[in-house]
Design a protein around this ligand. Structure first.
Ligand code: SF4
Length: 242
């Protein structure tokens, strides 16, 4: 019954753990693209999901995960994340946060990307420091955990100065399976990711290892490894982002 559309949207939002606004944005973009009605919203540097504000720091990544959704589409939860103009500068990132109401409006600001944010460590640290000054309640980073390997030094101490929470992609309980799933571009990636996880767990208040629940991945073993490293664990549904 079309008259029940708002109630249906509210139910879907609850079912999917999203906000009513998220469902509105996702379905509006879907309808515009499917029926060719009006212009879909343009690409975004800062984008909201639920009450979190995400920052699209870069499209560059140190992995080529088999499940990576950017191989298929540039849209996440109704937001177009294609960085056609290249990676945003620190100033552009800060401006994008202000245009979404400023950092204090959100429960957290998350450095993410459609890539690996810590390949842009300087920009992440600079923006995170400034967001804290401007009243950010919580700073989180979503990472593949290869920051130390990429930069050739331990960056976890620098991160700990500005980051309240970090999510690290563990994705497999063995090096062999990790290499098949994440297809890292750097040698020694699995060992370095595990070391990064353990180092973060000693310095950053909230550390969560994650694994995408793909067929054949022993999620229980991943959870045990996370706990052994002193981190929390979260299994992420396959093909679900944000
Ligand atoms: S780490 Fe994230 S952005 Fe990079 S390839 Fe994997 S899923 Fe994609």
């Amino acid at each position: 019954e079309p008259a029940f559309i708002t109630q249906t949207a509210a139910f879907v939002a609850e079912l999917k753990g999203l906000s009513f606004e998220d469902i509105g944005r996702i379905t509006a973009r879907g309808a515009k693209e499917l029926f060719g009605i009006g212009e879909a919203e343009g690409a975004k540097i800062a984008y909201s999901i639920r009450d979190s504000l995400y920052l699209n720091v870069t499209a560059k990544c140190t992995n080529r995960c088999v499940f990576c959704p950017k191989n298929r589409d540039s849209v996440v939860k109704g937001h177009d994340l294609s960085l056609r103009g290249g990676d945003p500068s620190a100033e552009e990132l800060l401006k994008a946060v202000e245009s979404e109401g400023g950092p204090a409006r959100w429960s957290e600001v998350v450095f993410c990307g459609y890539g690996e944010p810590l390949t842009r460590l300087d920009a992440v640290l600079k923006v995170a420091r400034e967001l804290k000054k401007r009243g950010a309640r919580r700073i989180r980073v979503n990472t593949d955990g290869l920051g130390n390997l990429y930069h050739g030094r331990d960056i976890t101490g620098e991160l700990a100065q500005v980051v309240d929470s970090i999510s690290i992609s563990l994705n497999a309980p063995t090096k062999e399976q990790y290499n098949l799933i994440c297809r890292p571009s750097l040698d020694g990636a699995y060992e370095s990711m595990l070391d990064f996880l353990a180092k973060c767990a000693k310095k950053i208040p909230e550390v969560t290892a994650t694994a995408v629940a793909m067929e054949g991945v022993d999620i229980k073993a991943c959870a045990e490894m996370a706990r052994a490293a002193g981190a929390k664990f979260r299994s992420r549904p396959y093909n679900e982002l944000g």
